[in-house]
Write a protein that binds this ligand. Structure first.
Ligand code: BDR
Ligand code: CA
Length: 313
């Protein structure tokens, strides 16, 4: 059965690379990109929607509805990630307005509407904070039974966080929503930092992209520059982790990953640990009625890097 994706994102440089990875698969008919919703996170959701449309237009993907979603988390103030993605979310390179406009529906309503209309058919791929998914779960209690699969980029277990020492960005931006999503009992695959970081692109990969002459490759190189500079500032090496594209690739081809199944919880109270994802690794652990989720623990980094590059080239 063809993968039919409903994407939720906060576009964002690695979100943009994810759209560029998916675009050739959409154009060739290998996958369906049914609709997209945006959420606060890297940028405000209105900015994220315009960025999403900008990227889709450059990638030659038209007629995918892009709906604006939640502008703030459920229980904390909103914060953006300018230092990683630029104030406009795409590296501040001065991109023009897109031709298309966002859809006339909110992202959580769009999730509910599409799930009801296509029961058991869609893969919900979430690569931003989980506020829209949390709201959709509150709007439609049957939602967990209406998706074929849910794939989320988020969390960190044996890897340190990337916002605090313990919390990964997508969970940290809305821990209450993440907790709703991890407790919902749907077929959920989580793609945490533990598995995205080992797929980091290095200088040689960036050089191969920079040598690409196509419009998409040039665009990808331009927006990546800001992200690569931020990465260098924080980690001291030339490279980039395209977290969201790995989640997308595992949604399209799960055989590139290895997985374990465990219940996952989000720390909601700790002064220093709020937003951390926790699992109980004891073999005899009893987590009550908390359902297990599938957590990616390894991915084929070489295949990821080659497939991403070939989409961009
Ligand atoms: C996640 O945080 C965002 O900045 C990225 O787009 C990605 O979704 C990585 O922690
Ligand atoms: Ca993202």
């Amino acid at each position: 059965m063809k993968t039919r994706i409903l994407l939720d994102c906060d576009t964002g440089i690695d979100d943009a690379l994810t759209l560029l990875y998916l675009a050739p698969l959409v154009r060739s008919g290998e996958i369906d990109l049914v609709a997209i919703g945006t959420v606060h996170g890297n940028v405000a959701p209105e900015t994220g929607a315009l960025n999403t449309l900008r990227v889709l237009e450059r990638a030659g993907v038209h007629d995918v509805p892009v709906a604006v979603g939640a502008g703030r988390p459920m229980a904390q103030p909103v914060e953006f990630a300018d230092e990683w993605h630029g104030t406009d979310g795409l590296g501040d390179i001065g991109l023009p307005e897109p031709a298309a406009r966002p859809a006339d529906v909110s992202a959580p309503e769009q999730i509910v509407r599409l799930a009801r209309a296509n029961p058991g058919e869609l893969t919900l791929l979430a690569v931003g904070p989980l506020t829209n998914l949390g709201i959709a779960l509150l709007l439609e209690p049957r939602l967990p039974r209406l998706f074929r699969e849910v794939v989320v980029m988020g969390g960190a277990f044996d890897h340190h966080g990337n916002i605090t020492g313990h919390a990964e960005a997508n969970v940290w931006h809305d821990p209450e929503a993440a907790e709703l999503v991890f407790a919902a009992g749907w077929p959920l695959t989580l793609v945490p930092l533990d598995v995205t970081h080992p797929t980091a692109l290095d200088g040689a990969w960036l050089d191969r992209l920079a040598a690409g002459e196509g419009e998409v490759a040039r665009f990808a190189s331009r927006i990546l520059e800001f992200y690569v500079t931020a990465y260098h500032r924080s980690l001291g090496v030339r490279g980039a982790v395209i977290h969201d594209a790995l989640a997308a690739m595992l949604a399209v081809d799960p055989s590139l990953g290895e997985y374990t199944e465990r219940p996952v919880r989000v720390e909601l109270r700790g002064d220093r640990t709020r937003g951390a994802t926790l699992w109980d690794r004891r073999r005899y652990a009893d987590d009550g009625d908390r359902p297990a989720v599938r957590v990616a623990v390894r991915a084929d980094a070489a295949a990821f890097q080659e497939r991403l590059l070939s989409s961009l080239l």
